[in-house]
Structures are given as structure tokens and as C-alpha cells.
Design a protein around this ligand. Structure first.
Ligand code: ATP
Ligand code: MG
Length: 125
């Protein structure tokens, strides 16, 4: 089974998170900038003209498709690396992925989710 983690985290934690993932052998990922709100519904900023609400805050979304046998390791690693303990540390969404097709090789599914030096080749040693 394949899963996808959408990890919405603080911008200044991206390198910590991607380094920590590389450390455990999670190789393939992508990311983009998102704007959104969570439990606090944004924040109040204090400016010269008074206090005004910022309803959509910038975050980075890291997307990782991986085998479900590596899911809990990835979640633990992301949480540890993204954590400050303050509101705004982020949220992870986990969804099932139907299939993967690598364009160059035609590899499908789990077989397309193997990378040189990745978490599975490390565990196999
Ligand atoms: N239900 C949701 N659906 C889609 N995106 C969401 C949802 N909840 C939060 N997000 C996104 O995730 C980000 C995480 O926000 P944040 O870290 O503030 O989480 P939180 O749930 O408010 O927890 P905390 O209380 O720790 O702040 C939001 O800025 C938004 O981009
Ligand atoms: Mg919040």
C-alpha cells in the first residue's frame, strides 16, 4: 500500500525536516508554498494603524509518497524536526495513493517508490 503525507509546516523548519528525512532514507519528495489557517483562524498583527487580522498564514507543504511500512518512521521524523511547541507548528494529512508510474521506466506502485540508498535499502543491510 502507498500513502501520501502532506506535511504543512513552518517555513523556517523546511531544511530541518528535509535533512531529517534524508537522514532516515526518505528520498523522494516535493514542496510548495501554501497559505492557510488552522485552529486559531489566523492571527492579529499589530501595525501603525492599529491591530488587523491576517487570516491566511504562509506555510510550506511538503508532499511525500511512500510505502506504508515507512509511514510511522516518516511521521515521527517530521514531528520531531518541525516541533517548537508553539501554536502554528503545522499539521500532517495522510491519504492513500492509488498508483505511481515512473515515466522513464514504466515502474508501477511500490516498485516505483524505491530509491538508491533509501530507507528500504538501509533496512535490508
Ligand atoms: N482542516 C484543514 N484543511 C486544510 N488545511 C488545513 C486545515 N487545518 C490547517 N490547515 C493548514 O495547515 C496549517 C497548520 O496550521 P497550524 O500549525 O496553525 O495548525 P493548528 O491546527 O492551528 O494547530 P496549532 O494549535 O498547533 O496551531 C494551516 O496554516 C493551514 O495552512
Ligand atoms: Mg494554529
Amino acid at each position: 500500500m502507498l500513502k501520501k503525507i502532506e506535511a504543512i509546516i513552518r517555513e523556517d523548519k523546511v531544511t530541518d525536516v528535509t535533512d531529517a528525512l534524508a537522514e532516515i532514507g526518505i528520498v523522494g519528495l516535493n514542496m510548495f508554498e501554501v497559505r492557510g489557517r488552522g485552529r486559531q483562524g489566523g492571527i492579529q498583527l499589530v501595525g501603525r494603524a492599529g491591530t488587523y487580522p491576517v487570516t491566511l498564514l504562509p506555510k510550506i507543504q511538503i508532499n511525500i509518497v511512500l510505502s506504508d511500512r515507512n509511514l510511522e518512521d516518516a511521521i515521527d521524523t517530521i514531528r520531531k524536526a518541525a516541533f517548537t511547541g508553539e501554536p502554528g507548528d503545522g499539521i500532517l494529512f495522510v491519504t492513500p495513493v492509488e498508483d505511481v508510474v515512473r515515466v522513464r521506466t514504466g515502474e508501477r506502485g511500490q516498485g516505483a517508490m524505491m530509491y538508491p540508498g533509501d530507507i528500504d535499502s538501509k533496512k535490508a543491510k
